[in-house]
Structures are given as C-alpha cells and as structure tokens.
Write a protein that binds this ligand. Structure first.
Ligand code: HEM
Length: 397
C-alpha cells in the first residue's frame, strides 16, 4: 500500500485537536469497552452453567439470577462504551476504519441486527429464568452464541483495518472487483485471547461479589465462602488460559520481548498471585484495570507500527485546532460523565449494601449527587442546544 493513498483517505478538514490526545482516549475507552465485554460474556457463560445446577443446588439458586442480571446490565454498558473508541478510531485512523466498513459492509449491517437479536433473546432468557428456575436454557445458549458472534464481527473489523497491504486484493481479487461487502478476516489466536479474558474477569467479579455481600446478614457465610472460592478457581484457571493465549499472540506478531508485552506478562503474574490469595479483591480489580489498559495499549502499538511502516503516522495528521469543541467535549466527558457515573455508582453501592428497601431521598450523599447530576444535565442541554442553534442561525441567516 502506497502511503499517498492512505494520506489521501484522511479527512481533508484535519483533526480538531492534537492526535495523541485521541490516541490516549482510544486506549482508555477501548479498555473500558473491553472490561464490560468480558464481564458480560463471562457472567452470561457462567449463568448458563448455573441454569443446570440451580434446581438442586442452594448456592446456584441465588447466584444464577444474579449472574444473568450482571450480564444483562453489562451488555448495555459495553454498547454505550463501545461508541467512544469507535469515535476516536475514526478520527485518527479514518482510512482504516472506513475502508474496512466498505469491504465488510454487509457484516456491518449484520452486526447491528446480530446485537439487537442477541440482546432481545437475552431478555427472553432473563424472563424465562425469572419465571421458572433453570428456565430459558436453550434461548440463553443461542443468545450467548449470537453475542460471541457479534464480538467476532468486531474482531473482523479490527483485523481487516490492520491489513492495508491486502485491501486492494480484498477489493478486487484477481483483478475482478468484488463489491459484495462480505470481506471477513479472523486472526484465531488474537480472537481466542480476547474472548478468553472473560474467564478471569468473571472469576474476579465473583470474588468482589462475595466480598461485597459478606457484610450483609441475609446472605449466609457458606454462600459467601462458596462464591469466593469459586471465583478464585475460575480466576486462576482463566488467567493461565489467557496468559498462554497472550504469549501465543505475541509470538505470532513478534512482540513477545517488547517492554509492553513483558509488562503485561508481569501484570498477569501479579494478578495470578493476588487472585490466589484473595486478601482484597477490590485492590486486585485496580491491578486488573491497569493490565487491561496495557493490553489496550498493546493493540494500539501493533496498529501504530503497522501504519508507521507504511508511512502513515497519526502524529502527522493535519491539526485544525477547534478549542470550543474540545472544551465542550472534555467538560461533558469529565464533569457530566464523572458526576453522573459517581451518582449511579454510589446509588448502586448503597442499594446493595442496604438490607431491605433503600430510600435514596434520606441519604445525604445520594441526594446531593442526584441534584448535581440533574442540574449539570439541564445546564448541559441549555448550552448544547443554545450553542448549536446560535451557530446554525449564524450560518444560515
Ligand atoms: C456483544 C457485543 C460486542 C462484543 C462481544 C464486542 C467485542 C469486541 C472485541 C472482542 C473487540 C476486540 C477485537 C480485536 O481487537 O481483535 C472489540 C473491539 C471494538 N469494539 Fe466491540 N464488541 C461488541 C459490541 C460493540 C459495539 C456495540 C460497539 C460500538 C458501538 C463496539 C465497538 C468496538 C470498537 C470501536 C472496537 C475497536 C475496533 C478497532 O480497534 O479497530 N463493540 N469488541
């Protein structure tokens, strides 16, 4: 692939701020997206096992619906969080993203319907299990497979976008144009590694779940201990599987001895000991977040190097500074997003820790955060629409 083609595919308007900022935001937000992908697939997969045990086992009777609920919420969060890296990738790597979307156009359409169908069936599974313990097994399995397929499609887009040298051949194999949009590329080792991370993530989730419930009197000690030890077992086995898959992936792409790869391996070993010991799973979670960020950075490093070799560097993307847009974006992200998420998390934490019905209006912190969130949101809407209308009318009147 000639660098001039890649450069010609960039947005002529340039980028509104320094590319490195978009790159950092991409790494950060993809790690967040991935965290919920792994939690969704992990908790859903384990809940399916639970549906077979739930009738005869008291522990699984409690755990299974909770896992189904965790998966259900995680899917909605992963969808929301998937939008952010999507926006950043199309700002700095637009040639890659749009060529991929053209070559795999049919899969892009199919992706949306796959997600809609998979999530609807998930709700079916959730209600069937609620109505009848152990119910909805088959629908649950179908939904699980559909969601894994959605992840495989995402993987296809990521992999195709990393193959600029082959684009021409995909577009016109043997010189004959193929505009069907059915291009599909899978890198099996990379995909296995990505999906395998669901196992340690659900293991650690169980340790957190157990720790969280340990202060509640309505959950027996046997149950709390059972979930903690189950989490340890799943976490350890999962980490070993992911570590092997990671090394295989690094060997394949030739990055095994790169400092970033070594840092990830060290991170995984540290995680392994922390999960085995389970002295404070909340701290283990912080380490997991760091490792997830490193893995996200690794994905970006591989892409950056492939593109740099072809003469495309995001750092040379023409910058057309647009300070107000960036300020608005950062304020929305940090202030509205930060306060809103803090409100939801505080509320969820307190609801979970409280026995019986929790009345948020009687809680000082929750009320304060709720009021802040509402006021900031109203202010945000006024500024957003006011600003938009002003610019629109200034342009057309
Ligand atoms: C159940 C649904 C989904 C699953 C299981 C899933 C899973 C994944 C996986 C495994 C990857 C990494 C692929 C790789 O690096 O090989 C990925 C990447 C990504 N996903 Fe998702 N995803 C889902 C839905 C979404 C949605 C709805 C969006 C956007 C709204 C999204 C946006 C992204 C983006 C932007 C990337 C990075 C692509 C790139 O770097 O080229 N995902 N996803």
């Amino acid at each position: 692939m000639d660098a001039s083609i890649l450069l010609a595919l960039r947005d002529p308007a340039g980028v509104p701020f320094y590319p490195v900022v978009f790159q950092v935001l991409y790494v950060l937000t993809w790690a967040l997206h991935a965290a919920f992908v792994f939690l969704a697939l992990g908790s859903m997969g384990l809940s399916l096992y639970g549906t077979f045990k739930q009738k005869s086992d008291e522990n699984w009777k409690i755990l299974t619906p909770h896992l189904i609920q965790t998966g259900k919420i995680s899917i909605s969060i992963l969808i929301v969080l998937g939008v952010a890296p999507l926006l950043f990738t199309q700002v700095i790597y637009d040639p890659n993203w749009y060529v991929t979307n053209t070559l795999s156009g049919m899969w892009v359409f199919i992706f949306i319907y796959t997600l809609v169908l998979g999530y609807i069936l998930y709700y079916w599974y959730y209600f069937a299990n609620k109505k009848n313990q152990g119910g909805g097994k088959l629908i649950g399995i179908i939904s699980f497979l559909i969601l894994i397929f959605a992840g495989t499609l995402m993987h296809n887009f990521a992999v195709t976008s990393l193959m600029p040298n082959d684009w021409m051949n995909m577009y016109a194999p043997n010189g004959i144009v193929d505009n069907s949009g059915w291009t599909f590329n899978v890198d099996t080792v990379r995909l296995i590694f990505m999906l395998s991370l669901s196992i340690p993530v659900v293991g650690l989730f169980l340790q957190n779940y157990s720790r969280f419930l340990s202060t509640r009197e309505d959950f027996s000690e046997t149950f709390v201990k059972y979930t903690a030890s189950l989490g340890t077992k799943i976490g350890v086995v999962g980490l070993i599987i992911s570590a092997v898959a990671f090394v295989a992936w690094m060997l394949q792409v030739g990055y095994l001895l790169h400092p970033l790869s070594i840092a990830i391996v060290i991170g995984v070993v540290v995680l392994l000991f922390m999960i085995l010991k389970n002295s404070n799973s909340y701290i283990t979670t912080i380490v997991l977040v760091v490792v997830a960020l490193l893995i996200s950075a690794m994905r970006e490093l591989i892409r950056f190097d492939i593109m740099a070799k072809l003469g495309y560097s995001i750092y040379e993307y023409p910058v057309n500074l647009e300070i107000p847009t960036i300020v608005m974006f950062l304020l929305t992200f940090l202030v509205l997003g930060g306060v809103g998420v803090a409100y939801l998390l505080t509320l969820a934490w307190k609801v979970g820790k409280n026995q019986g019905v929790f009345d948020g209006t009687k809680d000082k912190a929750v009320t304060k955060l709720g009021n802040y969130t509402l006021s900031i949101m109203v202010l945000w809407m006024v500024v957003y629409f006011g600003w938009g209308m002003t610019i629109l009318f200034m342009n057309i009147l």
